[in-house]
Design a protein around this ligand. Sequence first.
Ligand SMILES: [Zn+2]
Length: 234
Amino acid sequence: MRDQFRLLLALQQVEDRLRACALEEQQLPQRLQAYEAACAAARQQLVQQQAAIEQSERQQRVFERELVNHQEAIRKTQSKAQDVKTNKEYSAILAEIDAGKQRLEALEDQLLGLMEATDQQRQAYRAQEQQEQAALQELVEQTHHIQQAQETLRCTMLDVHERRQQTVAALDAKLYEQYQKVAAQHGGRVVAQLQEGVCSGCHLKVPPQMISEIRLQTQLFTCPHCRLMLFWFA
Ligand SMILES: [Zn+2]
């Protein structure tokens, strides 16, 4: 009988192990989610930075056209200066040229500032490109790790399955039937331990008379409260 009890315990252990493996197998792919999200975020950031650079370049072309127009306007004003008749007209034209040159300088400053800013945007873009590459590389590595873990897990499960079958084959058919019944009622849990007179399954006290009988290990007892198989672990 003690051998049969040992087999019941062994069966509980392999089944616990199989459930744990199945859970791990199910959860493994979720570990990739953070790395996939990091890649997507890095790519999204690149797309936004690219759009900002294009916007700056468009703005730069607008400024360049304005600059050309301003230069043209100043040249026209300067050519008018040759045809003026009076000092007053001449002063007015000089003032106009001055104002035009000031606007031109301001525009040139703006354009320069924009070009510098665009340069910085391009540098940030290149840095971000490297970050995206690193994120992709990390994803590849993690995918590889997880594939290896899955492979290891599959081997373990095959091994545990085999141990389970060996255990079941050696177990008394009636006991196995009883095991399955309890397992079905308790979500796979069958075996409980008697610890200081208390069932480890439901944490309730077991009658003293039953405790001494369980200690003898000559007969299978189930907990009077939760119906799990109660064993004495010496
Ligand atoms: Zn119990």
